[in-house]
Design a protein around this ligand. Structure first.
Ligand SMILES: *Cc1c(COP(=O)(O)O)cnc(C)c1O
Length: 378
């Protein structure tokens, strides 16, 4: 059996090695390391894949979020509604721009932003909602977009974990994650569903004017060389990374399918177990399982489980151990409505098992068998 890892990038690379090696060598031969033609080609390829008007590549997923909020011209003191149960970057950029994060509870099944809690948090200062398509499952976008429209708010989708997935609207329309709101952002961090071989990110929008603004913000505030209209930043996708992504993008659907197959295997192995709550599959969402995250019953000691798994060579992770509202930098930013009880609880009971594109049945059998043995001791 191959050693178990949270993600197996080496094995994935082996399958596409000749094409990747050639693409990288091409960039080196052309020495067009910055803004080479591969970057524009990738943006176009991704536009076609997502069926969105504009893809603007940038340096990483955190920059993408920052650039989105800057392009929307949000001002210090403006309020941004966001879940606390997310990777820190989602909230970090809000703080960086001196905006105020207003933490929203998550839904008890999907762990994405609870759309029934959003309206209570809206004030005259609210400017935007930032849903996160957590673990690869879309937030419930149809009601969220309706709330945003009613209150004239921007929607920035943090789609770092959900690329390749989509949301199905009640009229049957399927729209790619990240392409429903005002702006969508993603990350090409190597372990993400569409990962490059270093850092990378992108923004998506269907708004022509906003696309121009985003490009400007990401490029020192200039449209014309040496004419700086606003203060922006410098955030580019390397040509080498774009060349790699051009090879990997055609694989994305099969990568997502492979992840879903792993989730199917886990789901059936753990079905109806009294101490394990498997990930919920919302009917509106095509879940692409960036993570396979389960909830342990409160009688189960998670630390002991993780240690026992480690002993038999099974890695596991916690996404996320500390919610944003309990991070020191945001501790003065007390949640408005409640204490985010569910968010706090999820941080204590969540455990993620290995899921990636290269897992085989032998590995899955080994993991599920051992995991159940360990859990059944509690
Ligand atoms: C990975 C991730 C980011 C940040 O992406 P980077 O490319 O690492 O900057 C932001 N939000 C979420 C939800 C993520 O999972």
């Amino acid at each position: 059996m191959d050693p178990l890892q949270m993600v197996d990038l080496k094995k994935q690379y082996q399958k596409i090695k000749p094409a990747i090696d050639e693409a990288i060598q091409d960039v080196i031969d052309q020495t067009n390391f910055i803004n080479g033609n591969q970057v524009a080609t990738f943006a176009q390829n991704l536009e076609n894949y997502l069926q969105v008007k504009h893809v603007i590549p940038c340096a990483n997923g955190t920059d993408a979020l920052q650039i989105a909020l800057m392009a929307l011209n949000l001002q210090p003191g403006d309020e941004v509604i966001t879940p606390s149960f997310t990777y820190f970057a989602t909230v970090e950029v809000v703080g960086l721009l001196k905006l105020t994060p207003v933490f929203c509870e998550v839904n008890k099944d999907t762990f994405t932003i609870d759309v029934n809690e959003i309206e209570k948090l809206i004030t005259p200062k609210t400017k935007a909602i930032v849903p996160v398509h957590l673990y690869g499952q879309s937030a419930d976008m149809e009601p969220l977009l309706a709330i945003a429209k009613k209150h004239n708010l921007y929607v920035v989708e943090d789609n770092a974990q959900g690329i390749g997935g989509y949301y199905q609207f009640s009229d049957g329309r399927k729209v790619a994650n990240g392409c429903m709101g005002t702006i969508g952002t993603t990350s090409f961090f190597p372990s993400k569903n569409l990962g490059c071989y270093g850092d990378g990110g992108a923004l998506f929008t269907n708004d022509d004017e906003l696309a121009i603004k985003i490009k400007m913000v990401a490029n020192h505030g200039q449209q014309k060389k040496y004419v700086h209209e606003i203060v922006g930043c410098n955030s580019r996708l390397d040509t080498i990374q774009a060349a790699i992504l051009n090879i990997k993008l055609p694989q994305l659907d099969s990568y997502c399918a492979a992840r879903r197959k792993v989730a199917d295997y886990y789901d059936s192995a753990f079905a109806n177990h009294p101490k394990i709550k498997v990930p919920y599959r919302a009917s509106y969402s095509y879940h692409v399982y960036h993570q396979y995250n389960i909830q342990l019953h409160e009688s189960v000691d998670r630390d002991q489980v993780m240690a026992a798994l480690k002993e038999v060579g099974i890695p596991s992770m916690i996404y996320y151990p500390i919610p944003a509202h309990k991070q020191k930098v945001f501790e003065n930013n007390t949640p408005k409505l409640n204490n985010l009880d569910l968010t706090n609880q999820l941080c204590k009971t969540s455990i993620a098992l290995p899921i990636h594109t290269e897992m085989d049945e032998e590995q899955l059998e080994y993991i599920t068998k051992n995991f159940l043995t360990i859990i059944n001791k509690f």
